[in-house]
Ligand binder design. Structure first.
Ligand SMILES: Cc1cc2nc3c(=O)[nH]c(=O)nc-3n(C[C@H](O)[C@H](O)[C@H](O)COP(=O)(O)OP(=O)(O)OC[C@H]3O[C@@H](n4cnc5c(N)ncnc54)[C@H](O)[C@@H]3O)c2cc1C
Length: 407
């Protein structure tokens, strides 16, 4: 019998397992991941940005976990000699009409305790010579890292603490008993006193398997990227973002210098017809039917029809994608860009068509379900892990079974 089973070996599952091992040093901990490597889905296909927390509603979990998480991520990388850089980023207004929204972001940054400053177009040129702007906000605490490398370190530390990590192990059924769960997988059954569901794109399904109604469904949004050819990397020094549409959860296509020094442009945000669909042609009948029979999806589609159509055009037309990027850097040309990877975001959507904006962790019977952990969950992973662990002693019989480390 395990004390804790964590389902999902992305950054949230692994950070949770690490935090559990820290809090309950004698506990038997198990991590189950269906793929043959860690961080295979969202975590391994993201932009690699250590976000600052500027965008999020003050007082929200996102604002707090991201601000604190960006610090703890940097400390973690320093401690474990993982390559990272706190390189700062610019949020750039390219038209005068965007300036009030830029100002709001600046104020929100101050409210969230983020080191932000306003820049004139001339000051922008000194930092990013190829950017055309009418003003910008600089965020000093933004950084870059490879989250896959972070996950490999998390996995190493879990194993060192005595945790058991199983790849190629897909949870197919969950049987609930009074004091434990039995997780049936393609590699046999595992019994655990407490279970944490960190399955990202499948989190709503796993919640339902354990008889929890998450009140929201995961809708997959693919983010496609281009990459600047090496001879054009000089156009981008660090990170260059547009002023985002405040009604939309995505940040708009942007330029990101990655930690390996390549420069990525994107991601867009198109509905994916398969939860793990990385190609435009990917399709899964069950996933598709679940989307189109969900009332919340149609309510969202009606509300954001214009943006949705723009995203589809930008997905199929490189010229449209390049046009969006040229608003930030007019010199960038279609031949400077080649397609590169894509990622699929797991975004929870309520039946009334509203997106779940904040992180959502729902307590179940001897269980926690992470039902919404989109960006900036990679940045915030260490804080999310700690928060999940903090929920446990009040709701579980576990505190009588395993020794808790007191801080
Ligand atoms: C395009 C894109 C760009 C992003 N950019 C950033 C960024 O720059 N900075 C940032 O902070 N965040 C970013 N994010 C968000 C961030 O990557 C995610 O919030 C984070 O990775 C979520 O981690 P996770 O562990 O919840 O999910 P995942 O990484 O998706 O992990 C879930 C795991 O569960 C496994 N699983 C699912 N079902 C089962 C099952 N039945 N049995 C066993 N295992 C199962 C899956 O195989 C998967 O490995 C981005 C996301 C995307 C998609």
């Amino acid at each position: 019998m395990y004390d804790f089973a964590i389902i999902g070996g992305g950054i949230v599952g692994l950070s949770t397992a690490m935090a559990l091992g820290d809090r309950y040093p004698d506990a038997r901990i198990l991590v189950l991941e269906k793929e043959n490597q860690w961080a295979f889905h969202q975590t391994g296909n993201n932009s690699g940005v250590i976000h600052s927390g500027i965008y999020y509603q003050p007082g929200s979990f996102k604002a707090k976990f991201c601000r604190d998480g960006s610090r703890s991520m940097v400390e973690f990388c320093q401690k474990h000699t993982i390559d990272y850089e706190v390189c700062s980023k610019l949020i750039v207004a390219t038209q005068v009409k965007e300036l009030p929204r830029l100002e709001n972001l600046y104020k929100r940054g101050l409210e969230n305790g983020i080191p932000v400053s306003r820049l004139s177009p001339e000051a922008v040129k000194e930092i990013e010579p190829y950017v055309k702007s009418v003003g910008a906000v600089q965020v000093l605490s933004t950084g870059i890292v490879n989250y896959k490398q972070v996950c490999l370190k998390y996995a190493q530390l879990i194993a060192k603490q005595g945790g058991e990590l199983h790849l190629n192990t897909k949870v197919l059924q969950i049987r609930q008993y009074d004091q434990h769960h039995v997780l049936e997988t393609n590699q046999g059954s595992f019994a655990a006193r407490f279970m944490v569901n960190c399955t990202g794109l499948h989190s709503d399904r796993l919640a339902k398997l354990s008889k929890l109604q998450p009140q929201a469904q995961i809708i997959p949004f693919r983010g496609e990227y281009y990459e600047l050819i090496p001879s054009k990397r000089y156009l981008v020094k660090n990170l260059i973002y547009p002023v985002p549409n405040p009604d939309f959860p995505f940040l708009g296509v942007h330029f990101t210098r990655m930690i390996d020094q390549s420069v990525h442009a994107g991601p867009n945000a198109v509905l994916s017809l398969k939860r793990e669909g990385y190609k435009k042609t990917d399709f899964d009948l069950r996933d598709f039917l679940e989307i189109i029979t969900y009332l919340g999806f149609w309510k969202l589609a009606v509300k954001h029809a214009d943006e949705g159509i723009q995203e589809i055009i930008r997905s199929y037309s490189k010229a449209a994608f390049v046009q969006s990027l040229q608003k930030l850097i007019p010199e960038v040309q279609a031949e400077d860009l080649v397609p590169t990877h894509a990622g699929v975001r797991a975004q929870a959507l309520r039946n009334n068509g509203s997106l779940v904006e904040d992180f959502l962790i729902i307590p179940g019977k001897n269980a926690s379900h992470v039902c919404n952990a989109p960006s900036p969950a990679a940045t915030s992973s260490l804080e999310i892990g700690k928060a999940i662990v903090a929920q446990i002693p009040q709701q579980s019989h576990l505190s009588q079974v395993v020794k808790i480390r007191n801080y």
